[in-house]
Design a protein around this ligand. Structure first.
Ligand code: 5GP
Ligand code: ZN
Length: 143
């Protein structure tokens, strides 16, 4: 099982470091974020250490992501939320502080003041077609 002795989430998985665990199975663990953006903010992690989503084997990614409907329902009930955000900060540039794949599930209620800049822009004429082709080429090449 891939593990990094210096990784805080590996240490939580192995119970060397305590956490408020809310769910576990053979592949995954979910626990309360120690510094929540809202009460009930959860982190969902694979037990195995993979630093980011691009290195996560697709079947394991499937197992982890398949828990989101259940966790989301629990967040709605327990945190009395009327919605939730599912967030992955992938890579340092995206704000990832802990290099062990994790998914934030953040309870939301209307007017809770949480938010982020969503400065939508527009493509110059022709640019979307160029990008779409580049993506299609990249996605034809197995990683
Ligand atoms: P990131 O910025 O990497 O997406 O988020 C890392 C998250 O892990 C942060 O929200 C932070 O509060 C949480 N976190 C960091 N260390 C610990 C810890 O020791 N225990 C728990 N429960 N959460 C942690
Ligand atoms: Zn780890």
């Amino acid at each position: 099982m891939p593990r990094d002795a210096d990784c805080i989430f590996c240490r939580i998985v192995s119970a060397e470091v305590s956490a408020s665990v809310v769910y576990e199975d053979e592949n995954c663990l979910a626990f309360l974020d120690v510094a929540p953006l809202a009460e009930g903010h959860l982190l969902l992690v694979p037990r195995d250490h993979f630093s980011d989503l691009t290195s996560l084997p697709p079947p394991l990614c499937g197992s982890v992501m398949s828990l989101l409907p259940r966790l989301g329902s629990a967040v709605m009930t327990v945190a009395k939320a009327s919605g939730f955000n599912v967030l992955v900060n992938n890579g340092k540039a995206a704000g990832q502080a802990v290099p062990h794949v994790h998914i934030h599930v953040i309870p939301r209620v209307a007017s809770d003041g949480l938010g982020y800049r969503w400065n939508a822009s527009k493509y110059a004429p022709g640019r979307a077609e160029v990008l779409a082709e580049a993506y299609q080429r990249a996605l034809r090449t197995p990683s």
